[in-house]
Design a protein around this ligand. Structure first.
Ligand code: NZQ
Ligand code: ZN
Length: 385
């Protein structure tokens, strides 16, 4: 096992009715910016629950944070927060709202010029406004990690940043808030969480059987619960299981002491930036080709994954590797997530554009062995056509 440091300070309040606990989590006397998305919270009762719980606080609202949150929109929130002397932020929504709030929190006190540099030049965050979250979409794990992915519309860049200062102080996970999710977002969430686990697990063995089994248990639970959720989105137990899986998939626990990949995410973000394809769908496009392309260097873990998660035990190693990738593809497709670029009307010209963008940005050495170069990205995407 590799050496590691583990730090995760996020307090989780999980279960029915937990939004009422907000009043105790948000400091008394705080001037709160309540940030949300396009309005789903006003249709499913979450807005009322939050405002009720915050009755004793001074609250300023900022709505309209879009999926794949935009720098341009977030900077408006920064302006409002400064004007209103906000000293606490509450994110109410999915990964986009929480990621957006992480950026707002870091941008308000930023003194190094344009806060976009936090993403584009990786200027370290040295101060951030404290914030909490009420999660309404299980998918990204943003509610219990310090990462954030921000899109700049003007340049069609989608870039990430993270800092120990951008962990939420707390996150409220009430599975009932997810009952109103459209099926498309539910399946996106399952596939995003599933891929988060695979990016931290399908690398090479370092004799870390606990991390392996934790990862496998999340995968198996998602495999069992995902289809149930699509059939019955208002079943509390299923919703609760999916929600906790998605959080556990990217809160840092399964990553400790093992190599991680993240190439699928890096490539997928480009597809969202250029074509607006939902984040999870970009992963479903890239991951199968990446696994096939890297099957030799990922061989041992792929065989283990196939056997333990999909019961693939028959045939030669080559047969088993292909059957394992195909089982993953079938799972994604069974959730109504298409896995080819052509399904999204994306052709070769986009591959060239991504290659050029990676070259210009100096993106190289992706993957757990730092052996995925731009030419490999081109091959992987070509396999996904
Ligand atoms: O904006 P509203 O009206 O709230 O509607 C949203 C949005 O249209 C809707 N929604 C959310 N909760 C709902 C609901 N609709 C009905 N009922 C509810 N309870 O769902 C739509 C999508 O929301 P969004 O927040 O964009 O989805 P998701 O949680 O999948 O977040 C995706 C973003 O997270 C980033 C992605 O790149 C993308 O920008 N990621 C963040 C990560 C992190 N911070 O660690 C890691 C991930 O890999 C990912 O990159
Ligand atoms: Zn993701």
């Amino acid at each position: 096992m590799n050496n590691f440091t583990f730090y995760n300070p996020v307090k989780i309040l999980f279960g029915k009715g937990q939004i009422a606990g907000l009043s105790k989590e948000v400091p008394a006397g705080a001037r709160v910016l309540m940030a949300y998305g396009g309005g789903s919270i006003k249709k499913n009762g979450v807005y009322e629950q939050v405002m009720d719980a915050l009755k004793g606080h001074k609250v300023v609202e900022f709505g309209g944070i879009e999926p794949n949150p935009r720098y341009e929109t977030l900077m408006q929130a920064v302006g409002l927060a400064k004007q209103e002397q906000i000293d606490y932020i509450l994110a109410v929504g999915g990964g986009s709202v929480i990621d957006g709030v992480k950026f707002i929190a870091a941008a308000i006190p930023f003194e190094g010029g344009d806060p976009w540099k936090i993403c584009s030049e990786k200027v370290p965050v040295t101060e951030a406004i404290p914030f909490g979250a009420v999660l309404t979409l299980p998918a990204t794990g943003s509610e219990m990690n310090s990462g954030s992915v921000i899109t700049r519309e003007e340049t069609k860049q989608k870039l990430s940043f993270g800092s120990p200062l951008t962990f939420p102080k707390f996150s409220i996970l009430d599975p009932e808030t997810t009952f109103s999710l459209p099926l498309r977002q539910l399946s996106n969430g399952v596939v995003d969480a599933f891929t988060h686990v695979l990016e931290q697990y399908l690398t090479y063995p370092v004799n870390a059987p606990l991390q392996d089994r934790l990862a496998e248990s999340i995968l198996i639970t998602l495999k069992e619960e995902g289809p149930k959720a699509l059939q019955n989105p208002t079943d509390y137990d299923t919703a609760a299981n999916i929600m906790w899986c998605a959080t556990m998939a990217l809160n840092g626990v399964i990553r400790v002491g093992v190599p991680t990949d993240w190439a699928t995410h890096m490539i997928g973000h480009e597809l969202t930036a250029l074509h607006g394809i939902d984040h999870a769908r970009t992963l479903a496009i890239v991951l199968p080709s990446l696994l096939r392309y890297k099957r030799d260097t990922k061989r041992e873990k792929l065989l283990q994954y196939g056997e333990r998660v999909w019961g693939v035990t028959q045939g030669s190693d080559e047969d088993r590797l292909e059957a394992t990738v195909q089982a993953t593809v079938n799972f994604f497709e069974s959730l109504d997530i298409r896995t080819r670029l052509r399904d999204y009307e994306v052709d070769k010209s986009t591959i060239q554009e991504i290659v050029q963008r990676f070259e210009e940005r100096g993106v190289k050495n992706l993957g757990e062995r730092a052996d995925i170069q731009v030419a490999d990205v081109e091959q992987i995407l070509t396999m996904s056509l």
